[in-house]
Design a protein around this ligand. Structure first.
Ligand code: CMP
Length: 136
C-alpha cells in the first residue's frame, strides 16, 4: 500500500476539473485520504520544487502554483505512485496519451493541470510538506 501526493494546479481548479480528476482517481479504486483547497504559501511551493531550483522554469512554476487556489490530495492504494503517474500522463501534454488527464485536458507544459509524486521517497517528502498535520 502506498500513499502519493496529487496537486490540481490553479488552471485545473479554474477549469472546474476538480471533480473530473477526483472521479478518475476514485474510479481506479484509489482512496482519497487527504484533500484540501488552499492558496499555497510561496515557501511550500519553493520547497516542493526544490529539485528544480536551478532550472530556468523554477520561478515561473512557483509563480503559477501560487497564482490561485490549488487542491492538494493524498491518494492511497496498491502501487498508488505509479498508477497515479500513469493516469496523469506525460509531463508535457503533447506527449501524453489520450485517456490520461493531460492527454485529454491539457496542451502546454506550463499548464499541465496536475502534479503527482515521482516515486515513494518523493511522495513521503511531498506529503510531509502539504499535509504536515497528517492524513486520515
Ligand atoms: P510538475 O510535474 O509539477 O513538475 C515541475 C513542473 O514544472 C512541471 O510539472 C511543469 O508544469 C513545469 N515545467 C515547465 N517547464 C518545464 C520543463 N521544461 N520540464 C519540466 N517541467 C517543466
Amino acid at each position: 500500500m502506498e500513499t502519493t501526493l496529487v496537486l490540481i494546479k490553479p488552471g485545473g481548479v479554474q477549469r472546474n476539473l476538480i471533480g473530473e480528476i477526483t472521479r478518475r482517481i476514485e474510479a481506479r479504486n484509489l482512496k482519497v485520504v487527504g484533500m484540501k483547497l488552499i492558496h499555497a504559501e510561496r515557501a511550500t511551493v519553493e520547497a516542493h520544487y526544490a529539485e528544480h531550483k536551478e532550472r530556468p522554469f523554477f520561478k515561473d512554476v512557483c509563480d503559477y502554483l501560487t497564482s490561485g487556489p490549488v487542491v492538494a490530495m493524498a491518494i492511497q492504494g496498491t502501487n498508488a505512485v505509479k498508477a497515479i503517474r500513469a493516469m496523469m500522463g506525460a509531463t508535457n501534454p503533447l506527449e501524453a496519451t489520450p485517456g490520461t488527464v493531460r492527454g485529454d485536458f491539457a496542451l502546454t507544459i506550463d499548464d499541465n493541470l496536475t502534479h503527482s509524486s515521482s516515486d515513494p521517497e518523493a511522495a513521503a517528502r511531498e506529503l510531509g510538506l502539504w499535509f504536515p498535520e497528517g492524513t486520515v
